[in-house]
Design a protein around this ligand. Structure first.
Ligand code: FES
Length: 92
């Protein structure tokens, strides 16, 4: 699923009970990875089909293309994501 938190677009995935969080923006052309199709640890972008490992952020076909993975903790039914400080956020 796709969510936005503090200005960050995030893609959340549940792989057999383990939660992974990636930057929601596909590096190809900006597709929403959280709306892609998940098979095992691999999500396929809904726009043009680039695939990424949700555990590592790497594209299996070319690891030079990678999306940011954020550390996650699940506690008391809450998903907590460690985001960079707002001052560290890239300006685009
Ligand atoms: S935008 Fe994701 S594959 Fe093109």
């Amino acid at each position: 699923m796709s969510v936005e938190v503090d200005g960050y677009g995030l893609a959340l995935f549940n792989v057999e009970g383990t939660i992974y969080v990636l930057d929601n923006t596909c590096p190809h052309a900006g597709g929403p990875l959280g709306e892609g199709t998940l098979q095992g640890e691999i999500v396929e972008c809904p726009w043009h089909g680039w695939r990424f490992n949700v555990r590592t952020g790497e594209r299996p076909e070319n690891p030079d293309f990678k999306v940011t993975c954020y550390p996650v903790e699940v506690r008391d039914n809450e998903i907590r994501v460690m985001l960079p400080l707002a001052s560290d956020k890239k300006q685009t």
